[in-house]
Write a protein that binds this ligand. Structure first.
Ligand code: UD1
Ligand code: CA
Length: 462
């Protein structure tokens, strides 16, 4: 097998996106488009990957790190000019170079691999990955001669009327004999409608030199979709979403309404988990087996272990251990760690807090900056008062303790094991083991109060 190289073009600004974010950094299913391309390219394990950067170069580099080499194209003079910037690293190499663009997020490694293999088998100087498009507008068209052999690629803006009717398009992915590619790139001209140096012009040049040019038509057009504007971005998102959801379903996840379920590409979900409609799962979230993720939930960058139930809740950067549950309508914020078989009920907010196994926080509570032990009962409406206006303070609650409803725990407080807080207390001091703290005014009943009221005899007061 010859050496294999990949060049990813990602220097363009993406004017048609009308965005402050550079085009190739726009996410599809939570991952930047150029990252999708690189991820698939990596699976092919080429001998070298080089990404051409320009607009937003620092941001692209920051994102992709040392997974690829880089070449800087400081002025964007076209795709041919872009490829030429890699000459320093690649120009003298023997082998096959696949050029891909950073705005085609749906390609799979399998397709790249097939193209490499086909190109090598054909012994071609260049092989274009083509597809049939019902609406080919915007793409370069594949012009073939009377014998069906590829003659050239003509861009939308340069195409004659009859060429515009051609529905076979250049997907933007082309394999080249590496040396021939660089030899010819120097002679590409920019005398076209856009005044750019087009990479596809190398195709007609190779033809004129009598070299073999092949085309490999892919069956699935959707894979090759290029994203130039937000309409295409939403279509790509939809296709990617369908692909992701179908994969999870094949792996044993029940997705009740796949059209309304949004799962980022790197999310993991165990089998026999049920995802109800209108759920979003983002980032690096991992969900275990036999969980229920109820309608309206949003989960990002979190770990949800087996047998967990999440009902209409928002979870970010949090961990839920086995058998725990949350919701409806609760919010687990960063660094919330929910222990095994814990119950977090409705309208609770947990932030930077650890909740020990089997503890219950049933209703309307805020737990911020606290460590709760095991088997604790937190009554309704308990507030961990963690902020004094300047600094956040931490409280610790011992195992098997009981916090009465509507209590305020003004941090920092140490509450020992097996201790109690009477309902309605505002706790500012530590509580020793086995004690009960009451920190509220005692109730007094004003006897016979009714009869002392001036109006008590009028009929209105009956
Ligand atoms: C390109 C192809 C077209 C193909 C389509 C497939 C050319 C001339 N046209 O058109 O035949 O059908 O892709 O999606 O190749 N880029 C640079 N430097 C530049 C110009 C572009 O790095 O100077 C990068 C862009 O960031 C982008 C990619 O190359 O990722 C493609 O550029 P774009 O302007 O989107 O080309 P298309 O018009 O889509
Ligand atoms: Ca494009």
């Amino acid at each position: 097998m010859s050496n294999r190289y990949v060049i990813i073009l990602a220097a363009g600004k993406g004017t048609r996106m009308k965005s402050r974010l550079y085009k190739v950094l726009h996410p599809v299913a939570g991952k930047a488009m150029v990252d999708h391309v690189l991820t698939q390219v990596e699976k092919v394990q080429p001998d070298m990957i080089e990404t051409v950067i320009g607009n937003g170069a620092d941001k692209v580099k920051e994102l992709l790190g040392d997974r690829t080499k880089y070449a800087l194209q400081s002025e964007q003079l076209g795709t041919g000019h872009a490829v030429l910037q890699t000459e320093k690293d690649l120009g003298d190499k023997d082998g096959i170079t696949l050029v891909a663009t950073g705005d085609t997020p749906l390609f799979t490694a399998a397709t790249f691999e097939k193209l490499f293999d086909f190109h090598e088998k054909e012994g071609a100087a260049a092989t274009i990955l083509t597809a049939h498009a019902d609406d080919p507008f915007g793409y370069g068209r594949i012009v073939r001669d009377g014998n069906g052999n590829v003659e050239k690629i003509v861009e939308q803006k340069d195409a004659s009327r009859s060429e515009q009717e051609i529905q076979e398009i250049n997907t933007g992915v082309i394999c080249f004999d590496n040396k021939l590619l660089f030899e010819n790139l120097h002679n590409v001209k920019n005398d076209n409608a856009q005044g750019e140096y087009y990479l596809p012009d190398v195709i007609s040049m190779l033809k004129e030199q009598g070299k073999k040019v092949s085309a490999y038509e892919m069956a699935d057009l959707s894979e090759s979709m290029g994203v130039n504007d937000r309409v295409a971005l939403s279509k790509a998102e939809k296709i990617m979403q369908t692909r992701i959801n179908e994969q999870h379903m094949r792996d044993g996840v029940t997705i009740v309404d796949p059209d309304n379920t949004y799962i980022d590409v790197d999310v993991e979900i165990g089998n026999d988990t049920v995802i109800e409609p209108n759920v979003k799962i983002f980032g690096s979230t991992k969900i275990g087996s036999e969980c229920i993720i109820g309608s309206g939930s949003r989960i990002s960058d979190s770990e949800i272990q087996d047998n967990v139930e999440v009902i209409s809740s928002t979870i970010e950067n949090a961990i839920m251990h086995k058998g725990s549950n949350v919701g409806p309508n609760s919010h687990l914020r960063p660094n919330a760690e929910i222990g095994r078989d814990v119950h977090i009920g409705n309208f609770c907010e947990i932030k930077n807090a650890k909740i020990g196994d089997r503890t219950k926080v049933g209703h309307l509570s805020y737990v911020g900056d606290a460590t709760l032990g095991t088997d604790i009962n937190v009554g309704c409406g308990v507030v961990f008062v963690n902020y004094d206006g300047v600094k956040k303070w931490h409280s610790n609650i011992g195992d098997h303790s009981f916090i009465g409803s509507n209590s305020n725990i003004v941090a920092p407080v140490e509450m020992s094991d097996h201790s109690f807080i009477a309902a309605g207390s505002t706790i500012t001091n530590d509580i020793p083991k086995h004690a009960m703290a009451i920190a509220r005014q005692r109730q007094t009943n004003k006897e016979d109060f009714w009869n002392r009221l001036p109006l008590s005899n009028s009929e209105d007061w009956e």
